[in-house]
Write a protein that binds this ligand. Structure first.
Ligand code: CTP
Length: 406
């Protein structure tokens, strides 16, 4: 594998030598891209000797080879270790004032960062926000670990051990192509059913889980159509990947059309969107006013929408795998499973990912936890963690059920 290791200016740069060494020993072609600051901690000859390749920090070296984009284009994997608070801020902003910056902008390979900084810097809202931006964009994070820091202080901020970084990075890259050749449709976000030109019936879905599913599938080699209902602010940027085509859908009817259209040539369809079950029978042409209501009550007549998932199951192509989601409010796991089983039987999808939701759980959060049921209601997998981790676990399950069916 062609691996770029970015090294930024923190004392943990000395541990990055071991990261490069482990990767080289495993037979990978490793190109080190240090920042100028990193070279104050570990010098250029060390990186060249250990990687067995020439090393530069500047976009002005090796210009005929267009090195500032060539490395990023060739990379199968990019690891940034250590990733300082400053370098993470630059990545989040997309700055490209050195070779590492241009390489990161030019690559579509998976990117793994191993943050290293003092606890205060790690917890600063600026860093927290930068990390959220990077994670939403699909960057993978290893660590930081808790432990002794260089000032004699202790806490989260220590770079993870080289073995852990290498293990996580290779595991990620190793499975990146396991969905190659598959055409996948993912619906995400919440539909909005108009009441009048300014109001709608919507829901709290942010689209994070669906976007993470689309992104994960594209990174693992699938060709993805993301049918996006309403998605929160910067969440949609997480789907920016050459393997993802985004199609917008506002209402359930639009979503049904877009999903059906894309599903006609898809191998896997995942209905992660929170789809309205009812819509106003009629959307008013003009804004409804209090004057037009009778007394202090207004009746809104609702009609059922099409069940997109059920229709997909009804018209399933041979070999097509269909996955549904079920957001349930349940007091405990037993009840959650029971509700999930009933829904699995009702919907007939190959897999149903059941998650608990409530006033404070499930929606608008970076984390999720799902129980994955098969069509007959059997619990086939469980996953929790970031929405990206849950997405990867769901794709692992999709691969395993497709493997047993074929
Ligand atoms: N779904 C759909 N079309 C609808 C409603 C839901 O395709 N009109 C899909 C969702 O995308 C999800 C699954 O069906 O994958 C379950 O959605 P959910 O709202 O939990 O199920 P409902 O059938 O609406 O059941 P409930 O009575 O629990 O709301």
């Amino acid at each position: 594998m062609f691996i770029v290791v970015g090294v930024t200016g923190g004392i943990a740069a000395y541990k990055a030598v071991q990261v490069v060494r482990l990767l080289v020993l495993q037979g990978h072609e490793v190109h080190v891209v240090p920042t100028d600051d990193a070279l104050r901690f570990v010098g250029l000859p060390t990186w060249e000797a250990i990687s067995r390749h020439p090393v530069t920090t500047s976009v002005h070296d090796d210009v005929p080879q267009v090195r500032h984009v060539a490395l990023g284009r060739s990379a199968d994997l990019v690891v940034v270790a250590p990733a300082t608070a400053n370098s993470l801020a630059k990545m989040a902003a997309g700055l490209a004032d050195d070779l590492l910056g241009t390489t990161l902008l030019a690559t579509t390979a998976p990117v793994v960062v191993a943050p290293a900084m003092h606890t205060e810097m790690w917890r600063h809202p600026a860093t927290v926000q930068n990390m959220a931006t990077l994670v939403a964009r699909g960057v993978h994070v290893v660590g930081p670990a808790e432990g002794a820091l260089t000032g004699g202080d202790a806490g989260p901020g220590r770079m993870s051990e080289p073995e852990e970084i290498v293990g996580a990075a290779l595991a990620l890259a190793g499975r990146t192509r396991d969905l190659a050749g598959l055409r996948v449709v993912v619906s995400a976000g919440g539909t909005r059913e108009p009441i009048d030109p300014v109001r709608f019936i919507g829901n709290r879905s942010s689209g994070r889980q669906g976007v993470a599913l689309a992104r994960a599938a594209a990174e693992r080699g699938a060709e993805v159509v993301l049918v996006a209902a309403h998605i929160d602010g910067d969440v949609a940027s997480g789907a920016a990947h050459p393997g993802v085509e985004v199609r917008r859908a506002r209402t359930t009817a639009e979503l049904a059309d877009a999903v059906q259209d894309a599903a006609a040539s898809a191998d896997v369809v995942v209905m992660a969107a929170a789809v309205a079950d009812y819509r106003p029978a009629e959307a008013a042409d003009r804004k409804l006013t209090k004057e037009s209501s009778r007394g202090r009550r207004r009746m809104l007549e609702l009609v059922e929408t099409e069940d997109v998932l059920k229709a997909l199951v009804g018209g399933r192509r041979p070999g097509q795998t269909i996955v549904g989601f079920a957001a349930e409010t349940a007091p405990d796991r037993r009840e959650l499973l029971e509700r999930g089983r009933r829904k699995a039987a009702r919907k007939g999808a190959d897999l149903l990912a059941v998650n608990e939701v409530g006033w404070t759980t499930g929606f608008e959060t970076p984390d999720n936890a799902v129980l994955i049921l098969s069509a007959d209601g059997a619990l086939v997998a469980e996953a929790s963690g970031t929405k990206r981790e849950v997405a990867d676990a769901l794709w692992d399950t999709v691969i395993s059920v497709r493997g047993t069916e074929q």
